[in-house]
Design a protein around this ligand. Sequence first.
Ligand code: F0G
Length: 828
Amino acid sequence: MAYSETALKVAIVGFGTVGSAVARILCNGSNQSLLRLTHIFNRNVERKKTDWVPEHVRWCEDIKEIVASDVDVMVEVVGGVNPAGEWVKRALASGKSVVTANKQLIAQCGTELAEVALRAGQHLAFGASVAGGVPVLSGLQDGLAGDRLYKIHGVLNGTCNYILTKIESTGIPFAQALKEAQAAGFAEADPTDDIDGYDARAKLVILSRVGLRAEVRPEQVACHSIRPVEMMDFAYAHDLYLRSTVRQIARAELRDGKLYASVQPAILRRDSPLAQLEGGQNLVVSTGVYGGETVFSGHGAGGNPTAVAVVSDLLAVSRNRSQGLENLSGGATSAYPVSNDFLTPHYVRFTVRDRPGIIAALASAFSNHGINIEAVLQRPECAKTALPFVITLEECSTSVLESALNAAARASTHSFLGVSMFLRCSVGECGAELELHDRALACPRCGDLLEVVVEKVALDPAALKRQWRERRFSHDPRDISGVWRFRDFLPEYPADKVVTLGEGNTALVRGQRAAQYAGLRTLWFKHLGWNPTSSFKDLGMTVGMTEANWVGTKAVGCASTGNTSASLAAYAARAGLIAKVYLPAGQISMNKLAQALDYGAELIEIPGSFDDALDALLQSVNPDLYFLNSINPFRLEGQKTAMFELLEQLGWKVPDYLIVPGGNLGNSSAFGKAFEELMRFGVVDKVPKMIVVQAAGANPFARMWREGSRKLVPVDKPETVATAIRIGNPRSWKKSLRGVEFTGGFVMDVTDEEIGEAKAMIGRDGIGCEPASATTLAGLRKLRSAGKLDPDAVVVAVLTGHVLKDTDFIIKSHKKSQVKEAAEVHVK
Ligand code: F0G
């Protein structure tokens, strides 16, 4: 058949499975009077060329060529938000319509792109972005235009379907079902998009926009993974709910001026059409005020079904152009508050370590919240240490259920929400265990320090990394915090109970002069001094203060060399708690003292050193005072997230060394714990060697290390210009030693002179820090000059406090050395 002169000229951008399927349909003849393929774009296009594409088609690998051409419509089938979004905009701006199958792009930027299209007088069609070959978008937009739709729900992801049916029919564990799905080509190598619900969520966002005319962003929609679903859930669903089953369901509903939306595993009757779907099939049900339910179903993915949708959109563009019709991208939408607080029956499965009274605590919390229990089932054959049981509840809202679970957790000091955690003595041989929210300061059996044990995390490494990245786009206060963003490894609290000042998210800056000074090619500074109160203490304080508040304390206290007191004062103020800080009289920087005063803390000055202040506080028997020094295990939980953030900033490429100042040794303990956990849960497969640096006048840990001893002998009268680490009896030395040994690192010290010089150098790099932080650069220079460090090693130095934390030190040292009196200035 001859090409018609009036046919639309079409460029295909992206010649993969879908792109080539589109080309085949366009080249096979039947549409040639309307559509004429003129260009194919792909990176490294040579390897893509095939002989069945007609000779007149231009193959190109520079997108500029498409933009500059006389093409009428660009078909975008590259996928991903970038650079696809940029290309779509350029095509629209240069007078081309666009047909796309890209659901992530449309879900995230669809509204903006539709506006660009409108301004340019072009069409933007995306019928292929949801459910492939099923014409659900045009069905909702045109076919049901006369109705007022208020609800859309369905099964939108074939991979989840495949995995869940596999578990149900064979009884294999989730991980194995996923492997089989990957082997059978039903799941990608990185399956997180599908199984954690992001794929279905993008489709739901587009369906809501088109069908419900509701403007919603993907990150507003709650997404729950299908990963926790196991065979026993199918068994329970079968027994408890009249032979029901479990599927991933996406749903969106407009009710009372709100948009309720979520993607999550849900229980369905076995005879529901949603439960009958196989493999890659999709099914969407829309509900309208007048027309009731309409079902759309068919092949949701794959080259040919998706290509059919693309070509249908091309024909629609051609039709609309020839008739001079406007825009295909839909009419106006409205924004609604978005919530996942559906009113529905709930199924809750717990896995708990056997504790008496748990069911009683739950039952009373449920009844106090007006929730009716339908059934409780416990499988007697399971081990007592991991005891699963199921409770089914009559209809209630998700938020009421969550607050009932929180109340039960408080009553029985047990965490029910996901992560499994408890307190344990940090000394291996003792190993005494306590409930997570026990207020004990030390191990009741041996008196040593306690630590929080992270027994299990809900997601696998790829999903965790994905989740952490994803949370950066969210406005939840916990996601804005660079600490709580990593909450998968933290004790769990309800969102509104978290005491946060938006801490964390600190920069990782390349050292320039400092690197030269140390004789290193690659030196990074992780500046924890760029936190809300200008030291790393905020990272731990947000968790410590949240726990203090959670257990119902009224007053909090600490001993401090200055930074802890400033941070404690600020966070106590946020939580509305009384703050008492014990300070070594006359030994802390005025800047830090000023902060504590400004945030309204009560100051208690103790003659002597920090160690004396800490002893004084520990001896002041006051059961109402919640203790927030770094021997508090919750503080260390927050501090450990600095390493999660650091490794994420490095793209999970692990550096060779991490160097950190040591005072009371809480921070290095926290970092050691981070590395142990990241290794244990497979987030990284190696860790940096951790070097702890002390000041020579306050160096009990370095001395112990040098002497090869395993017993710390305190320094009686610690002395150093780095007042933050003027500490003679560090309490966390055993934990820190464990971290140093785990990472294969070591401990050292540097003199005050070396600290002063290194500090000035960090200042000259435009970064600045307080003296204690400069021990790191001083240590690196010392190691290099002793030939103990490879100049090619990749090193991260942790800066712990801001340059303005000790201005007195700066003014004094510069008066001494650098400020020239009456210098002559010559400018030529
Ligand atoms: N750097 C700075 C700036 C500090 O303030 C501290 C400790 C450290 C390093 C050492 O950290 O004790 O965890 O080994 N300052 C505490 C305080 C003691 O009270 O502000 P560590």
